[in-house]
Ligand binder design. Sequence first.
Ligand code: GDP
Length: 455
Amino acid sequence: MFDTIAAISTPRGEGGIGIVRMSGSDSLCILTKIFKPISKKEVSELRNFSINYGHLYDGDEIIDEVLVSIMKGPNTYTKEDIVEINCHGGFLITEKVLELVLKSGARIAEIGEFTRRAFMNGRLDLTQAEAVIDLIHGKTDKSISLSLNQLRGDLREQIDILKKQLLDVSAHVNVVLDYPEEGIDDPLPHDLVENLHNVVNTTDTLIKSYNKGKMIKEGVKTAIVGKPNVGKSSLLNSILREERAIVTHIAGTTRDVIEEVVNLNGIPLVLVDTAGIRKTDDLVENIGVEKSKELIEKADLVLFVVDNSRELDEEDLKIHERIHADKVIGLINKTDVESKLDITPLTKIKKWIKISALEKIGIDSMEKEIYNYVISGQVEDSSQKLVITNVRHKSALEKTKQAVENIFETIDMGLPMDLIAVDLKEALDSLSEVTGEISNEDLLDHIFSNFCVGK
Ligand code: GDP
């Protein structure tokens, strides 16, 4: 049983309402000391899951006119008794209400502590708690929808299925190890070997989905590269004008790290190093071949621009050489003028889009292509619904997959059964790490420190 915590759960500042939330076994007792319902009922007489109008008192002094929601555990967010006080949303008034609650016996909640309790009390597993953070931080529709799937428990369900399959294998292995006299020599029956194959395949698909998930959640790092004067800066401007730029992010003082984020059909496109290609009066800089190399390595996606009005030259070829064929879209710019370009030598580029940055031709097709690249290009099976977005999940699944692959090796080499038992335990433990059945304080501190106060 934990103590009773409280926090302001709405953003700081002036607003229509502010919510002070309490969770813990003393929540209702604390409310009794400070709340008088208009109905003149005692707090203990108020119905569960009711909203009650009344006044908050600090001794004889009225602090605010409020609505109080009463939610008794275990059917609540934390599985504990929760009281939410809807007060007026001024900066000072919410602070005063919080102070009153604290003075009456609650303790101030740490960052993310409500959700941490939901996890500790078994209301959410760790993947669901992480989905709550992602949901709060979500910047586009697509990333929010992935977080909602995870919050619903889709990932946990999949992990449970894998665990069940491994536990079946484990049961067999343990019987063999515990009762050698039974003389079961066939190391593993066929259906259990199938279970192991399934675990390898499913973890592999999930691991592969991470790239896509990460791009949807964190944005697609996109670099526009090409030799000077092909129209990179013009292209950048037309993308920025067309799409609503979400953030212009300038970290530190160097121009190098400017990143602009545009929302492309729900996917954040992070245009990296836009300072390098932006032209202003005091900044005439171009991306040389060396710089392109750096950008190409950093990016999830490269937009390689060539100039329709000129012949290919050494510089185009040098940049082309450095490009990775699996993450590039080729753009033939200046198609509004007569063509002198022959793209035959640029063999790495599988997809070309004809555009004119100046005349705004082909920008739609380019955007469609970028969208397809993110949505389907990264995973082999685009119908696969479950996508992981968290690097912690990815590395735990990699450990699971590796451990099961070790089991196959043990079987192939005819090694003793106890080695299989060791790897099975490793595989099961790694799966339990994903859902948080195995966790440690440091990891939990790290995860919940990403929350905001009051969640
Ligand atoms: P960057 O050096 O690659 O950033 O190229 P800029 O965007 O500065 O463009 C170089 C020159 O090409 C400028 O004079 C642009 O106006 C011109 N330009 C860019 N895009 C087009 C286009 O689609 N058609 C034509 N005709 N000119 C373009």
